[in-house]
Write a protein that binds this ligand. Sequence first.
Ligand code: SF4
Length: 314
Amino acid sequence: MIKLCEKLCREHSLTHEECVRLVRGHNPETDYFLAQQALKLRQLIFGDTVFYRGLIEISSFCKNDCKYCGLRRSNKLAPRYRLSEEEIFSGVEKAYSLNYGTVVLQGGEDAFFSPEYVERIVKEIKRRHPEIVVTLSLGEHSRDVYKLWREAGAQRYLLRHETANKEHYDFLHPKEMSQENRLRALNDIRELGYMTGCGFLVGAPGESVETIADNLMFLQSFKPDMVGIGPFIPATGTPFENESSGSIKETLFLLSVIRLLLPNVYLPATTALATLSSDGYEQGLRAGANVIMPNCSPERVLGKYTIYDGKNIS
Ligand code: SF4
C-alpha cells in the first residue's frame, strides 16, 4: 500500500483500479504518510498561506429537492430567509474589513434572486471594491445566465458535482435533476472563464469504494481550480435524517489524496469538518487543505442555512 502512496506522491495521478485499491486498503499508517506528503506539497506551492473567503449565505430557499439537503423544498422544518441587498453589502464590508480577498455568495436555487438581480449585486460589489474577488455558488443555471454574471464581474463559481457516479447521482437527487445537466453546467462555467470549483459528499448514503474512485477520477480529468469536500451530515426533515454521518478520518484521507492529485488546487477545510470536530479546520489544514471560509452573513440568519444539522457558524 505504501508503494501505491509513493507512486501518487511522485506522479500525481492514479488509475481507477489504483483508486479502488487505495480507498479500500488505506490505514492509519498510509493516512499519516499521505497527510505528511500533502502538507509538504501544499507548503512547497503556497507556503504557509491559508486563504480566507468570506461566506455570505444569501437565501435558504431552494426549488430543488436533493435528498441529502436540509434546504430541499419539501423540508417544512427548514428556516427560510433571504438577505436584502444591504445585508449582502454589509457582509461584503465585513469580509473586506477583515482583509478577506474573496467573498462567496452562496444560496439555494431561489427564483427571487433573478439573473438580473444577481447581476446588479455583483456589479455593485465590484464598483465598491474592484479588487475583491466575487465567487458565486448559486446552483445550476443556463449558460447565458453564467455569462451574464461573468460579464458583471464574477470570477469564480462553485458547483459541487456531488458524485461522479451516475447511479449514485440519481439515488441522491430527485428525478428532475440529472448528472448530465450538472456536468453541462460545470463545463459552461469553466468555458466562460470562471475559476471553477466542484466537490462531493464523503460518506453520503449509497457511497461505495467505486463511487469514491469515480470521484477521484473525475477530479483528475476535470482538473478544477477548487474542490470542496466534506463529510455527509444528516439533516432533520430529509429522507436521510436517520443516516449516519460521514467520517472525519475518511474526509481527511481524501483531502490528502486530492492535494496530491491536484497540487495547485484550492482546497477548503469545510464547515462540515468543523461541525463534526472542534478542531476540524486545523485537521483539514494539516491534511493538505489551504482555504477557510468564515461566515460573514448577518447575525439574524446565522444558524438558519441548515443544509445539515448542527452546522458550525463561526
Ligand atoms: S443541495 Fe443545493 S440545490 Fe440541492 S436542495 Fe440543497 S440548496 Fe438546493
